[in-house]
Ligand binder design. Sequence first.
Ligand SMILES: [Zn+2]
Ligand SMILES: [Zn+2]
Length: 143
Amino acid sequence: MSDVPAALRAEVVLRAGKCGSGTMNTNRSQSKEEMTRTVEELDLDFHNFRCCGDEDLYPFGCPDCGRPMVFCYECDTLYGDLKSLENKVFQINHSDPAKPIFACPECGHEFEYWFIRDGRHKISFERWVEAGFGHILKDREQG
Ligand SMILES: [Zn+2]
Ligand SMILES: [Zn+2]
């Protein structure tokens, strides 16, 4: 039985690679996640948002129900309903970092005050468009 643990084997391969033999076989290191593009601030067409005039818009998705939303971190405005961007009446905690900043309008998931910083709430292009909000993104996906 030559049952070498996978981790150990990987290390051996890694060391062999360092020797520069040029026989590295890395065809399984490409993870699917790397290929999924997330919606970023610059992907949004700001013309759709009539915000504070100094818009810093952060597109994100609810980790529980997947609802796409946008948050303006310049003026603390939540666009919790992308179907009607005039609807900005969502309750925001503006001042107490110890408490959630707001809750998901759909499932009630509470977002921590600094949720933007951890970068874990990015949403994939696919999911965003699937939800029907491709029209508020800039057209730069072609080609
Ligand atoms: Zn704003
Ligand atoms: Zn939710």
